[in-house]
Write a protein that binds this ligand. Structure first.
Ligand SMILES: [Zn+2]
Length: 272
């Protein structure tokens, strides 16, 4: 599933292509893929794209006249920019048509979603309103991070994945952050000291920043809006490497389930 760095990569490739273009229409061949708000939508056609942003793992396209289109790629979705008249791509479910260019939402497993609404409705309609703090938001800091996690019970990874606490972290970056921090994904949050939480915060930010710098992790089928792979898969220490030797100490990496997700860690490097 695309996580914060992958969605950020898509947004950065999408915005220059769409900014200033008039939105024309949305076509879908899978009814459940597109959710419409209450509108009114009488000025939607012809409204220009003002900006394309990311919130958590959501792509948010702001249009003139207070319209917003939100896209969530979920499990297997991908976004590709194509000529308007080019034929449908494999697994294409929804096409957003702009002046001279179209955005194709291909989605093998059909879990993805597009919400079209006014600016008053979009957060509630898409579920963005339930998201927690943005890792790269102005209001994020080590202090805030500690306040969110201190005193919480349960395993570290479960809280890292909880989108209502901090948004954007998924399986890849949770495992990598825990490795950087020297903390086991199944450690009890309550057992961590303030200092360890500080280190965990730095490690989360390091993992996410590195993912963005490398334009995402292309392990399954992630690509940007032009079909270009990221390179962060070459930088991963633990994710997807269960049973292989740790790059740092050579110990065989443990593969297990934490928070019902496949999880990999190093017993020697991650002691907390
Ligand atoms: Zn190790």
């Amino acid at each position: 599933m695309p996580e914060l760095p992958e969605v950020e990569t898509v947004v950065r490739s999408l915005e220059p292509a769409l900014k200033g273009l008039k939105f024309l229409e949305v076509h879908t061949n899978w009814k459940n893929h597109v959710v419409w708000g209450e509108g009114p939508f009488d000025e939607l056609e012809g409204s220009k794209v003002l900006e394309v942003k990311r919130r958590g793992k959501f792509i948010v396209i702001f249009l003139e006249n207070n319209y917003v289109i939100v896209v969530h790629l979920r499990m297997s979705g991908r976004i590709l920019i194509r000529e308007v008249n080019e034929e449908a791509l494999k697994f294409e479910r929804t096409k957003l048509e702009f002046e001279g260019v179209s955005v194709r939402f291909c989605d093998v497993r059909k879990f993805g979603k597009v919400w079209v609404s006014t600016i008053d409705e979009y957060e509630k309609l898409s579920g963005i309103s339930r998201l927690g703090i943005e890792p790269f938001g102005d209001d994020m800091s080590a202090e805030i991070f500690k306040n969110i996690f201190a005193g919480r019970s349960g395993v570290v990874k479960k809280s890292l994945l909880d989108q209502s606490l901090i948004t954007g972290i998924g399986n890849i970056y949770a495992d990598e952050a825990c490795f950087y921090a020297g903390i086991r994904p199944n450690a009890d949050l309550k057992s961590l000291s303030k200092k360890e939480l500080d280190v965990l915060f730095d490690s989360v930010m390091k993992a996410l920043n590195q993912g963005i710098e490398n334009r995402g992790t292309s392990i399954s089928d992630f690509q940007d809006a032009y079909g270009k792979n990221g390179s962060n898969q070459e930088k991963l220490f633990v994710y997807g490497r269960g049973g292989e030797p740790c790059f740092k100490c050579g110990t065989t990496l443990v593969k297990c389930k934490v928070a019902s997700r496949g999880t990999v860690y190093c017993e020697k490097c991650q002691r907390a």
